[in-house]
Design a protein around this ligand. Structure first.
Ligand code: ADP
Ligand code: MG
Length: 320
């Protein structure tokens, strides 16, 4: 919990009211709307605008100079997916300071990719970084796995780890798994990652598998769409902030929905609309091919061409 009295015009009693309304930290306030804050007794529109602006600054959501961005980007590192083909279309691997989204039908390999990433984090050859950064990453790196579908399988982690000659139990010890039964828990777990880091865990990978399933079941119908999108937006902002601030790789998985209205182009679409689309830097569609083969298609990347890659899922894990 943050000390809300650091915000302009917020004394102890307003801080208390904010907390009661669920605004327990700066991030929640930074991503709130003026309309939401004015629902709280004693907060005018003008005060709400000031509070939100200050919270955004405290969360680093404001402007940065180009050279600051450049120096931050110098720390970017990459985590191999296990497939050279897939790494190549991603520009070398899963990139830190970004969110990578894997979308696809049931069984297309989203959860397998997420498991493999957790294993690969323990494998120095699969971390692509400059020496100084690599040293920092290899200092007991840990993955956080937010599991909303109950599909995290420790046995599978052991299997993948042993295929790489790693100690399965050790790899498991470095994965912090949280089962989220609803979207509030999911959001809270993501927000709590910062506490884990402050406690000294060197979190370098965050997985949310799946990003949208809880939201999809809880916010049903047109009338709930705005609220759903707003919450999803806040969740994505939390993940983006963690990625940026702590130089983490973030993977989210997503289901696809049929687009009955599609005359041209893709007949399937990732859930979550523009909110997810804008927040994810790398978006990948997965589809099944023959046998253990899968096709990954990168689309919508700001600096990479759309491209396809073929990889396989076998008992060893993800590879070409
Ligand atoms: P989703 O996209 O729904 O998350 P998954 O990532 O769970 O899909 O992929 C499931 C598929 O991965 C299975 O259908 C199977 O083809 C493959 N798979 C899972 N575990 C193994 C394993 N131990 N050995 C070989 N293939 C596996
Ligand atoms: Mg899955």
């Amino acid at each position: 919990m943050d000390d809300l009295t650091q915000l302009p015009g917020v004394g102890p009693s307003t801080a208390e009211k904010l907390k009661e309304a669920g605004y327990t930290d700066f991030m929640k306030i930074a991503t709130a709307t003026i309309g939401e804050l004015t629902e709280i007794d004693g907060i005018s529109e003008k005060a709400a605008a000031k509070i939100i602006e200050a919270a955004r600054e405290l969360c680093n959501l404001g402007f940065k100079s180009g050279s600051e961005v450049l120096s931050q980007r110098k720390n970017i590192w990459k985590l191999s997916t296990g497939s050279k083909n897939l790494d190549e279309i991603l520009g070398g691997g899963l990139e830190s300071q970004s969110i990578t989204e894997f979308a696809g039908m049931f069984g297309s390999g989203k959860t397998q990719i997420a498991h493999q990433a957790c294993v690969n984090l323990q494998c120095p050859e699969r971390i692509i970084a400059d020496d100084a950064i690599k040293e920092e990453i290899l200092n007991e790196p840990k993955a956080v796995y937010i599991d909303t579908e109950g599909t995290f399988r420790p046995e599978r982690i052991i299997q993948m780890a042993e295929a790489l000659g790693l100690d399965g139990k050790e790899v498991l010890n470095n994965i912090l798994v949280a089962r989220a039964y609803n979207s509030d828990m999911q959001m809270l777990y993501a927000e709590n990652v910062e506490n884990l880091i402050r406690e000294g865990h060197n979190i370098k990978l965050i997985v949310v598998d799946s990003l949208t399933s809880t939201f999809r079941t809880e916010y049903v119908g047109r009338g709930k769409l705005a609220e759903r999108q707003q919450k999803l937006g806040r969740h994505m902002a939390t993940l983006n902030k963690l990625a940026d601030l702590y130089n983490c790789v973030v993977i989210v998985t997503n289901q696809v929905a049929a687009r009955p209205d599609a005359l041209f182009g893709a007949s399937e679409q990732a859930i979550g609309g523009h909110i997810v689309g804008h927040a994810a830097t790398f978006r990948i569609f997965l589809r099944k091919a023959k046998g253990d083969k899968r096709v990954a298609k990168l689309y919508d990347s700001p600096h990479l061409p759309d491209a396809e890659a073929m990889f396989r899922i076998t008992e060893k894990g993800i590879h070409d």
